[in-house]
Design a protein around this ligand. Structure first.
Ligand SMILES: Cc1cc2nc3c(=O)[nH]c(=O)nc-3n(C[C@H](O)[C@H](O)[C@H](O)COP(=O)(O)OP(=O)(O)OC[C@H]3O[C@@H](n4cnc5c(N)ncnc54)[C@H](O)[C@@H]3O)c2cc1C
Length: 308
């Protein structure tokens, strides 16, 4: 039978990919690119893991072609399931090219068999439309990986030696904030967007996050264009979808692609200089004002709230 491959290249948040893989008809195998710890975490969910070690100075993209060659060499492939992180996407592209397979992104549900037809629902037009398609295997599916898989029966880890593509090397610096806890479990999130003027001003955002005991998220440009925050911090249709009790959007315009990621928040508070920003009509509360004035005022007000 054609194999169902689950790719973990950006961390252990592949629980939803594994669950989707096991719902399909076909043997599930996991391809882990990264640390041994990551490989062990996935195998502890009872999975059969092929592990490609990847040092901190090597971008996953440098191993993408070798990873694809390994998967193809391991036997017939039915479905590849990858997460939305940058490493996973690089591997998804290499695998699709090597397999001559279709790629579907923003996948919500998968059903069927790796030997025949796979029924996929996926979002289009930046999340505006959901479409159901019947596609022939092999196919590469990119979807939200969910959270880390729960430990279950012991699996196996087989180390695979491949050579990294020496033409690719990391030249970017580290983001200002290190990658943190999974935002999907956060009860409060302060999100920041292009209303922030400089990377150094993240310190101001941290004062509010700290006062609220919240985690920091962001819009996509701050993570993917400016690189001020890690890519696992941006919220939206191509980032994380979160459901905190409180979401504070600082200097975020409220484009659909961002708001899809936060629409399950119980309360949304926006701080924006523009009274007609899209976020205003979607927020429960809006402070129309400059975040550089509003944030210190909020922090000072919160300091006056008696501790409970
Ligand atoms: C296919 C596709 C997928 C995408 N996926 C995502 C996604 O997953 N997540 C995502 O976030 N985006 C995504 N985007 C990008 C999205 O469309 C928007 O471009 C992006 O969310 C805008 O980010 P922003 O709100 O930070 O910036 P802007 O749209 O530039 O908004 C900045 C806001 O800050 C306000 N502002 C400026 N100065 C201040 C100040 N001093 N104080 C207070 N407010 C101020 C402005 O009035 C403005 O409303 C996607 C786009 C595409 C095409």
């Amino acid at each position: 039978m054609n194999a169902i491959w689950v790719v973990a290249a950006d961390g252990p948040a592949v629980g939803a990919l594994l669950a989707a893989g096991h719902r399909l008809d076909g043997p599930v195998r996991a391809l882990v690119i990264g640390s041994r710890e990551l490989a062990d975490q996935v195998s502890a969910a009872g999975e059969q893991v092929d592990w490609l070690p990847c040092g901190p100075d090597v971008p996953v993209a440098a191993l993408a072609r070798a990873a694809a060659a390994h998967v193809l060499g391991a036997g017939p492939v039915g479905v590849v399931l990858t997460g939305t992180g940058p490493g996973s996407r690089a591997v998804a592209g290499a695998l699709a090219a090597a397999l001559g397979a279709e790629v579907l992104a923003d996948v919500r549900t998968v059903d069927g068999s790796g030997d025949g037809t796979v029924t996929v629902t996926h979002l289009l037009l930046g999340g505006l439309v959901e479409q159901q398609d019947d596609v022939d295997a092999p196919v590469v599916l990119v979807m939200d990986g969910g959270s880390a898989p729960e430990p279950a029966a012991a699996g196996t880890v087989q180390e695979v030696e491949v050579a990294a593509d020496a033409r690719l090397r990391r030249i970017g610096g580290e983001p200002a904030l290190a990658t943190g806890d999974d935002l999907r479990t956060a009860t409060r999130i302060v999100g920041v967007g292009r209303g922030l003027r400089t990377r150094e001003d993240l310190a101001l955002v941290e004062t509010l996050a700290s006062a609220l005991d919240a985690q920091i998220g962001c819009s996509r440009p701050l993570a993917e264009g400016l690189g001020w925050l890690p890519t696992d911090r941006y919220l939206g249709v191509s980032g994380l979808r979160v459901a905190p009790q409180l979401y504070v959007a600082l200097g975020i315009s409220g484009q659909l692609q961002h708001m899809i990621g936060v629409r399950d928040a119980e309360v949304i508070v926006a701080v924006n200089t523009a009274p007609d920003a899209l976020v205003v009509s979607q927020a429960d509360w809006t402070v129309v004002g400059d975040l550089y004035d509003v944030v210190p005022a909020l922090v000072a007000a919160l300091a006056r709230v008696p501790a409970r």
